[in-house]
Structures are given as structure tokens and as C-alpha cells.
Design a binder for this molecule. Structure first.
Ligand SMILES: *Cc1c(COP(=O)(O)O)cnc(C)c1O
Length: 495
């Protein structure tokens, strides 16, 4: 049976999966959602003996129903290969009483690789299926990790170009170097004088500007997105929650039917929404714990039912979570309103106009399994240090936020349910903050010196992704003001 997709704001329906992936954002500014969330049609014990790639097929085929078996298997095979430094692709590490699901073994050492190593294949396959004759321009806003992972996936892919906007002072040194040294004739990186929300809002505005997009179409270009607003990002992310659960079963860490909690360090609400979808598909997940840093707009939302972005934007040591407008929350709002697009549209209009909205009591009840938590930069650093010194396990600053929030959750509730914590980046990506957490002030130290010290201290080898940029030449130096993003895109495309 074919699954169709529709906009969360009601303006587009009967869209196939491949069309939704090609388009990225719906024409009315909404996000694409399937008309129903499919249930896993295979026993978990059977899944438990499968490889990551086989599991990916079993999960993704249920969502991407207009891809043939051959097309989907080919995309999966090309995505999850030796670009990952372990055959497990997403290994689980048990440390200090929790299971860390390591999602950073891909080529850019952050969890964005889990979806962005397959998205280019899904997209070029979709272009073929839908007879697209235009060049696809991927417009991407990044809080630091998406940009690099998307460029790594799309670099030199024929028929595509990719333009990445990142907040100039809002990413780590390694994140910035990774992007600015990116190779590929079709890649372009722009630092904007603003924060991530400015970048994402600017990109969404371009998508919604009919005058601009139709002008581009005349010149032979068509936009798409590599952000998690694209359903082609979310579907591959569901896979690793299914995989983690069945591996726990296989390793007899849990019993058949036993529920687990899942803890996710959250920014744009994409990763945790994928866990929510895994739960809806039938994975025994009890609580979803949504961990925020000091930009705790989501924590406040789950505590009160009011989303209020009118607050100071704080630059923290977990920059990929420095976000006040979490785009994918719109998908949860839509689902919890019983797929009522009108209600969702009304709330999103309030968000756009006043920056604040309140959901109904009924909607709050529908999302009761999601618990918000937040951790300060100090709590984050203390947690990294505690787990490193106590259990010899070193985590990055984003995972540190999740781990700290989980500790607080257990202290408050006494909940004995076993927990999987999404570990979203290698500690090497945030060397400065991680070294400060485990070894005190590192002021004035050079980034690569810190990286070598971290390796000596932790015994973890320096990943290729970091060695690669140690001496790589800078290839991108564009900068612009937020208001000039459209002009920048025109200039890049030669319009
Ligand atoms: C993107 C990112 C996050 C936040 O994920 P969302 O899907 O945006 O909620 C957390 N940690 C790291 C390292 C990231 O790159």
C-alpha cells in the first residue's frame, strides 16, 4: 500500500515520499508528514539478528513506499559503508549505568551523518523517479554539524549544488574548519552575521518566496533542503532507535517486551521526533526525555504548554543545540492535535507573529510521554568529568547535556527503566569545552594541541575527520548579513 504525505498546515496533500524529499518544505511553509505512522511488520526477535543496513531497509521501506526495493537497498548500501569507522554503524556503549548510542561514527563525526549519508542518494533517486530536469540547489542552515555532513554527502554529486549558511560566531573551531575547508565544486559556505534561528528563518523565507523560486525555476534551478524539516532526514533517523532496541534484546540487556527510556540532546527537535516515530511504530519505549541546554525553550514548553521564543539567545558549549525555534516541534504539534492542520496552522501563525503560542490541555495529554529537562554549561561539564573519571567514558558537550538531564530525571523520579542516551558527536568536535571539563582551564591553547592532549588523556585515537583538516587549506570565506541571504544565493548561482 502506498503511503502519502501531506503538509502539517493543510495546503498540500497526496504527495509521494520521493516528491516530499525532493521538495523539502511544503509550499504553504508546513512540513510533510505521512497520513499515518506505519507499524513495524516484522518481529523484533527477527530484527535483532539483522545488520544495520538490513534494519534500515525494514524500517525505511514502510515510509518510502514509492521507492522500489532495488532503489532503496542501493541507497542504503551506498550510505552505510566504510565511511563509517565501525561495521555496527551505531554502536551502544554501556557506561555509568546507561547505554550511550554512539551516532558519530560517520565521516563528519556527528549524528547528522546518520541521515545525511543517505539523503543525497534518496534525493537523486527521487529526481530520476520524478523526471526532474532542473539542477537541485540544497539550501541549508546549520548550527554547526548539518552543514558539514550535508556537504560531505552532496559534494560533486552531479545535478546538485549545496549552499550552507552558518552563524559566524556560533559554532566550534573544528566545526568551522570542517566547513571552510570543504572540497567539491558544487559546495558553498556562507557565514552569516546572526544566530542559527536567523539562518533557518532566512532559508525558510527563501523557500516560501514564490517570486524568487519561480525566477530560479526559469533559470533551471529547483530548491530542496538538507535540514531536518526534510522528511528524508527523519526517516533514516528512526532506524537507529529500532536498531538500538533490538541490539539490547539480542545482547540480553533487556527482556522481550521490556520498555526503555530514550534521552535525546535536542535543538531542532528532529532527532527526538525520530525516537517518537520509532515508539509509534511499535518499539517499546516508555519516556522520551528531551534534553535542552540553557536555551531551554522546549523544557519550558513541556513544563507549561506554552512555547515562548521571546528570550535571550545564549551561546553555549553545546552550540548545535543553540536554537530557539525548533522546527520539528511543528510535527509533534500537528500529531498531538489529532492531525488537525488548521489548529497547527493557527499556532504556527502565532509563533510567526508573536513568537508565542499555547497548546490545549488535550494536546498536552497527547504528548505526556515526553519529559523536558535542561542542563547548564556547568552541569554539562561536571557530568562529562564525572563519567570520564568514574567510568573512563568520554563524551562530547551535547551528549553531556543529555546525560546530565538524565541524572536529574532519575534523581527526581527514581525511575528504574533502562535508558538509551543518544550520543550525538565525537568529543573531538568540541575539544576545547571537553578538555576544560576534564582538565580545567585551557585558555589560549591552540585547538590541535588540545586535540593531541585529549587523545593522550583518553586513549581515543584522533578521528580521520579531524586529521583531515589539520593542514587543509581554507576554501570558503563568504560572509553576509541576515538581510542579504537572498542576494548571496543569487550571486552564488550567477543570477
Ligand atoms: C544537531 C545536533 C543536535 C540537535 O539535534 P536536533 O535533531 O536538531 O534536535 C544535538 N547534538 C549535536 C551534536 C548535533 O549536531
Amino acid at each position: 500500500m502506498e503511503l502519502s504525505y501531506q503538509s502539517t498546515r493543510g495546503g498540500q496533500a497526496n504527495v509521494t515520499a520521493s516528491q516530499a524529499i525532493l521538495q523539502g518544505l511544503a509550499a504553504d511553509g508546513g512540513l510533510f508528514m505521512p497520513t499515518q505512522i506505519p507499524k513495524l511488520d516484522i518481529a523484533l526477535e527477527t530484527l535483532a539478528s539483522m545488520t544495520y543496513q538490513e534494519t534500515a531497509y525494514e524500517v525505511m521501506k514502510l515510509f518510502l513506499t514509492d521507492y522500489t526495493e532495488e532503489e532503496l537497498k542501493s541507497c542504503i548500501k551506498r550510505a552505510y559503508d566504510s565511511k563509517f569507522d565501525t561495521e555496527e554503524i551505531a554502536p551502544l556503549a554501556k557506561a555509568a549505568g546507561a547505554y550511550y548510542l554512539e551516532l558519530f561514527h560517520g565521516s563528519t563525526i556527528a549524528f547528522k551523518d546518520m541521515a545525511l549519508s543517505i539523503l543525497p542518494h534518496l534525493m537523486t533517486t527521487a529526481a530520476k523517479k520524478n523526471h526532474v530536469d532542473k539542477e537541485i540547489v540544497i539550501l541549508t542552515a546549520t548550527s554547526g554539524d548539518t552543514g558539514k555532513a550535508a556537504m560531505a554527502g552532496f559534494a560533486d554529486v552531479p545535478g546538485t549544488r549545496i549552499i550552507v549558511f552558518y552563524p559566524k560566531d556560533g559554532v566550534s573551531k573544528i566545526q568551522e574548519l570542517q566547513m571552510r575547508t570543504q572540497k567539491g565544486d558544487n559546495t558553498c559556505v556562507v557565514a552569516i552575521h546572526g544566530n542559527f534561528d536567523d539562518a533557518q528563518t532566512g532559508v525558510k523565507k527563501l523557500f516560501g518566496d514564490v517570486r524568487f523560486t519561480s525566477g530560479l525555476a526559469e533559470k533551471g534551478f529547483q530548491f530542496s533542503s538538507a535540514n531536518s524539516i526534510n522528511i528524508g532526514r527523519l526517516v533514516p533517523q528512526v532506524v537507529y532507535y529500532v536498531y538500538a532496541y533490538v541490539k539490547l534484546l539480542e545482547n540480553e540487556e533487556i527482556q522481550k517486551g521490556e520498555k526503555i527510556n530514550v534521552v535525546v540532546p535536542t535543538g531542532n527537535f528532529g532527532n527526538i521526533l525520530a525516537a517518537y516515530l520509532a515508539k509509534e511504530m511499535g518499539i517499546p519505549i516508555d519516556k522520551l526525555i528531551c534534553a535542552s541546554n540553557e536555551n531551554k525553550v522546549l523544557y519550558d514548553f513541556f513544563a507549561t504548554g506554552t512555547y515562548d521564543r521571546n528570550r535571550e539567545f545564549i551561546l553555549t558549549s553545546s552550540p548545535s543545540m543553540d536554537i530557539l525555534i525548533s522546527s520539528n516541534l511543528e510535527r509533534l504539534i500537528y500529531l498531538s492535535a489529532g492531525c488537525d492542520a488548521e489548529k497547527n496552522k493557527e499556532l504556527m501563525a502565532q509563533l510567526g507573529e508573536k513568537g508565542v503560542y499555547t497548546v490545549t490541555q488535550k494536546m498536552r495529554e497527547a504528548m505526556a510521554d515526553i519529559k523536558g529537562g535542561s542542563a547548564s554549561q556547568k552541569e554539562d561539564a561536571d557530568e562529562i568529568s564525572r563519567v570520564f573519571k568514574g567510568a573512563g567514558y568520554l563524551m562530547d558537550t551535547h551528549t553531556g547535556v543529555a546525560s546530565a538531564v538524565y541524572q536529574k530525571y532519575v534523581a527526581e523520579t527514581g525511575d528504574p527503566t533502562k535508558a538509551v542516551i543518544a550520543s550525538t558527536a565525537s568529543p573531538y568536535k568540541f575539544a576545547h569545552s571537553v578538555m576544560e571539563a576534564i582538565a580545567g582551564s585551557q585558555e589560549g591553547k591552540e585547538e590541535f594541541a588540545l586535540i593531541d592532549e585529549m587523545s593522550a588523556l583518553s586513549g581515543l585515537p584522533v578521528p580521520n575527520a579531524v586529521e583531515e583538516i589539520r593542514h587543509a587549506p581554507i576554501r570558503h570565506s563568504r560572509e553576509c548579513d541576515v538581510e542579504d541571504m537572498e542576494a548571496e544565493v543569487r550571486d552564488i548561482l550567477g543570477l
